[in-house]
Write a protein that binds this ligand. Structure first.
Ligand SMILES: Cc1cc2nc3c(=O)[nH]c(=O)nc-3n(C[C@H](O)[C@H](O)[C@H](O)COP(=O)(O)OP(=O)(O)OC[C@H]3O[C@@H](n4cnc5c(N)ncnc54)[C@H](O)[C@@H]3O)c2cc1C
Length: 480
């Protein structure tokens, strides 16, 4: 089959019998028609349709030797720098289409599955490890253009380092039984963005596992029996793209996953009861390099969007002459160019790994992943500061079709824009930063790669500092 159309994607998701709970009710009917999900599903569908466009096909797909059909390029295992660049161009194209707002566009998880499949030798011959199941999943995902969500973390109950979960009923989802059919999972996992809106969910116990029951990884269909997705409140403001230009299109939803005696068949298990594999695979595989390469590419596109919005605000109310405004816009430009330089360096320094795949260099990507969670909240603040009262003087589309239109036309015009366009621009700035959708974006980018504090600790402890210490020691002629 290979690549699918948007329509095929929607039909497939609608056919699933996924157990989704939202606002106190179990979802009924077609997911694609639900007010909380229809916008994001349409946006996702439009990405699949792009793969079918004649002039974009060679940019977004590749011809698989073994399958003989076009496959989404995010599944490509790059063997050369040219192929790595091709991957990036594809990611850029999809991110531009969604203005960098879709953190979980399908290429993110496709990249994760591709990276897992490119590192299976790490699990070869090890206790309770089934690398062949990762390969099978990868082949199936390519062939059917599957989409995934993922859940890597445990419920946020007690994060003290000395806490040991001794509850009789599991809180963090764990293996409670192993039988001839597979492993049985009971408990909960966080936090699957787009949970219930994808074909499958990839579950991985990440981050310092010390209990064998928690040391597992697998992927199962979203409508597996016993699996439930609990949604947060929807941040879709409404259908109007005038009033809610972003949330009406890109509200991704975040979900808690509850496993009630879920049977994960053996052919779906990547590993279980293996603490070492659980703690090492993510770090040693090409997961971090390829996933970060995808993420930084999208974040650059998002920063370009932020810059465009900020500059439009500046022009609309004509405040470019003020130095503090110039300084703030320069902050966004510096962030953008820094991220671009780091991404380029990751490709220039890319190297073939032991499996023969061209891995982008991790260090520049690691630096970028440390920078973005700090600069993105600042970008949001900059837009709020530049926009000032305009961020809340926001009549709706309906107001422009009412008797007060003449007032709006007179009092809400901009320096070089009519009132309607001015309000459109400010509503976009508001949806990007101050609406429930916008504030979630800030939290999302802050925690995308995990806790930013622990990211800095990881950078500090892995960065090769010895040569610099040696230089100073020699300069001072230190003896000890
Ligand atoms: C909008 C959004 C979408 C997300 N989507 C997904 C998704 O699709 N899939 C997925 O798997 N995850 C997702 N996540 C989860 C994300 O990976 C986590 O938020 C992140 O890993 C941090 O974990 P936590 O939220 O449990 O924070 P916690 O670990 O509970 O941290 C809470 C606070 O305590 C501090 N703290 C806790 N432990 C330590 C420690 N050991 N050392 C120092 N400080 C510590 C932290 O710095 C932080 O300030 C999402 C998160 C958000 C906000």
């Amino acid at each position: 089959m290979g690549t699918i159309t948007g329509k095929e994607f929607i039909e497939r998701i609608d056919r699933l019998n996924t157990d989704i709970w939202i606002d106190g009710k179990q979802m009924e009917g077609k997911i694609s028609e639900h007010p909380a999900f229809k916008g994001i599903l349409q946006s996702k569908a439009s990405l699949y349709d792009l793969q079918m466009e004649k002039q974009l096909k060679s940019k977004l797909t590749y011809l698989s030797d073994d399958l003989g059909e076009p496959i989404g390029l995010s599944f490509l295992q790059p063997k050369t720098k040219k192929e790595l660049k091709k991957r990036r161009t594809m990611i850029e194209q999809w991110a531009k289409h969604t203005n960098g707002m879709m953190g979980r566009s399908p290429d993110y998880m496709n990249t994760v599955v591709m990276a897992f499949a490119s590192s299976t030798s790490l699990l070869e011959g090890r206790k309770n490890c089934f690398p062949e199941n990762i390969q099978t999943l990868y082949e199936r995902a390519k062939k059917q253009d599957l989409s995934f969500t993922h859940t890597f973390i445990t419920p946020q109950v007690n994060r003290s380092q000395f806490h040991f979960d001794s509850s009789t009923e599991p809180i963090s989802a764990k293996v409670i039984d192993r039988n001839e059919n597979g492993i049985i999972i009971q408990g909960a996992r966080l936090l699957a963005t787009q949970g219930g809106l994808t074909d499958e969910v990839l579950v991985y116990s990440a981050g310092g596992v010390i209990d064998e029951d928690l040391a597992y990884a697998f992927s199962i269909p979203s409508d597996t029996i016993g699996l439930k997705f609990i949604c947060r409140e929807s941040f879709v403001g409404g259908d109007s793209t005038f009033d809610y230009p972003l949330s009406s299109r890109y509200e991704e939803m975040d979900t808690i996953l509850v496993f009630d005696h879920v049977l994960v068949p053996w052919n779906r298990v990547f590993f279980y009861d293996n603490i070492e594999a659980s703690n090492q695979f993510l770090l040693q595989s090409s997961f971090q390099s390829f996933a970060s390469h995808q993420v930084i590419t999208r974040q650059i596109v998002k920063t370009e969007f932020v810059l465009g919005v900020a500059e439009l605000l500046v022009e609309t109310i004509n405040v470019s002459e003020y130095q503090h405004i110039q300084e703030k816009l320069a902050e966004v430009i510096i962030g953008l160019e820094t991220m671009k330089a780091l991404l380029a360096k990751s490709e220039i320094d890319a190297k073939l790994d032991e499996e023969g795949y061209m891995r982008p260099s991790m260090l520049p990507l690691q630096v970028a992943s440390n920078i973005f969670p700090k600069i993105y909240p600042r970008f949001s603040e900059i837009i709020e500061i530049v926009g000032a009262s305009g961020m809340v003087s926001l009549p709706t589309e309906k107001d422009f079709f009412s008797a007060i239109r003449t007032d709006l036309d007179q009092y809400l015009q901009g320096a070089n824009k009519n009132a309607e366009d001015r309000v459109k621009i400010f509503r976009l700035a508001w949806d990007l930063t101050m609406s429930s959708f916008g504030t979630r974006q800030t939290q999302y980018e802050r925690y995308f790669f995990g806790d930013p504090i622990r990211l800095s600790s990881q950078l500090y402890s892995t960065y090769p500092k010895e040569q610099y210490v040696k230089q100073i020691s020699e300069f001072l002629e230190l003896n000890s």
